[in-house]
Design a protein. Structure first.
Length: 143
């Protein structure tokens, strides 16, 4: 027979002495993930629970650049949510329109992405005429 031949009580006594010699307050934690930190930065501070707020504060203390980034993100979120585009300076008309009006270029961007996807699928396989037909069919909802 191999291995330890002693009793369970001997092991428990040894572990107890080790725990008394090396006490710890909190269990070791892994570092926060990128997803955690991104979530903390983009969320309103009052929506973080106490543990998240504490870990975020510790993370910001270790990385001052991240703290400045969090401040900029928060300020931009306030501009967006409050539709206060006039508070920005350069290209004021475009900024005011983008942050104040309910219109969006999202649909146009969606169509551009769809066309690019079709083009990538057909890369090196066909000429412009076939690409044109596929794009038109996609616009009609048949592709």
């Amino acid at each position: 027979m191999r291995g330890y031949r002693g009793g369970e009580s001997v092991v428990m006594s040894c572990v107890r002495r080790l725990r008394e010699a090396f006490p710890y307050d909190d269990p070791l934690r892994k570092h926060p993930s990128v997803r955690d930190v991104t979530s903390w930065i983009t969320r309103r501070p009052d929506r973080l629970d106490d543990d998240q707020a504490q870990r975020f504060k510790q993370t910001l203390a270790r990385c001052p650049t991240l703290g400045r980034t969090a401040e900029h993100v928060g300020a931009f979120a306030e501009l967006m949510n409050g539709r206060r585009g006039r508070d920005l300076g350069q290209d004021l008309d475009a900024v005011v329109a983008g942050l104040s009006l309910r219109y969006s270029s999202g649909a146009v961007e969606g169509h551009n992405n769809k066309i690019k996807m079709i083009k990538r699928k057909m890369s090196g396989r066909a000429n412009f005429d076939l690409l044109r037909k596929r794009v038109l069919l996609a616009a009609r909802g048949r592709s």
